[in-house]
Design a protein around this ligand. Structure first.
Ligand code: URA
Length: 241
């Protein structure tokens, strides 16, 4: 059971003080009956709560897919730079949202944003070994030997050993590769490329586990995950794209 004002604020209807004003003004109904008590306790999933006649579709948690653009940081807030949460459309904003894992400021592609800590932990915890798939453009081609070295597990600067990666050529002429890793070391793909003497010129994440980037989202756009996407076994990995 939760307080009415807290429920409404949690659904992004307004700040706690804004929703209180709505309640006091008689704009909020519970099962069709106006309720002016901000501290009325109820189980939100069992009641029809409406604001100005419009039902609030209660969701305990929000799961968002963003096609992250360049130039924004993977954080909830930052005093200097725009974050992925700052650029969410108003209808997807609510308290407590954060990105699941990090993409560098200049990396684009699939980023999940949620307010569900347990879900985020399941995806990012090293023990769970969820594969992340990247489309990687390099400054020069990889040799067979480079591919073998990355596939066996690169040794990145400072002698850090990476787990074996899956590497496939997507476009040999333009030095574009698909690389899959199941860790999240700092700048991992860029450092793996450096370990074989290459530089990354473009980096896009195309999948997290079996969840694929929705290509109809242009960079910077976001939408809620669909029901069928939510039930995907994230630990499984699609065959090479
Ligand atoms: N590896 C990187 O180097 N950068 C990212 O953003 C993600 C993986």
């Amino acid at each position: 059971m939760e307080r009415l004002d807290k429920i409404l604020a949690s659904q992004g209807i307004g700040t706690r003080s804004e929703v209180r004003k709505m309640i006091w003004a008689g704009r909020v109904t519970v099962d069709g009956v106006p309720c002016k008590y901000i501290d009325r306790k109820l189980e939100p999933s069992e009641h029809d709560i409406a604001v100005s006649g419009v039902s609030v579709c209660y969701k305990k948690h929000l799961y968002i897919m963003m096609n992250k653009p360049k130039g924004v940081v993977s954080a909830s807030n930052d005093s200097h730079v725009e974050t992925v949460v700052d650029i969410l459309p108003p209808d997807l904003r609510r308290k407590g949202l954060f990105p699941v894992g990090r993409l560098d400021k200049d990396t684009t592609g699939l980023l999940i944003i949620t307010d569900d800590g347990a879900f985020a932990h399941a995806v990012t915890s090293p023990g769970k070994k969820v594969y992340k798939t990247y489309r990687v453009t390099l400054d020069a081609p990889l040799t067979e030997e480079d591919i073998r070295a990355l596939s066996d597990g690169a040794v990145i600067d400072g002698g850090e050993q990476c787990l074996p990666a899956q590497v496939a050529v997507l476009d040999g002429e333009h030095f574009i590769y698909q690389i899959r890793i199941r860790e999240g070391k700092y700048h991992q793909i860029k450092r793996m490329a450096q370990s074989v003497g290459r530089s990354v010129t473009q980096l896009e994440r195309t999948a997290v586990g079996s969840l694929l980037l929705d290509r109809s989202l242009v960079c910077g756009e976001a939408r809620e995950l669909r029901q069928e996407e939510m039930s995907l076994p994230l630990l499984e990995t699609p065959s090479l794209l």
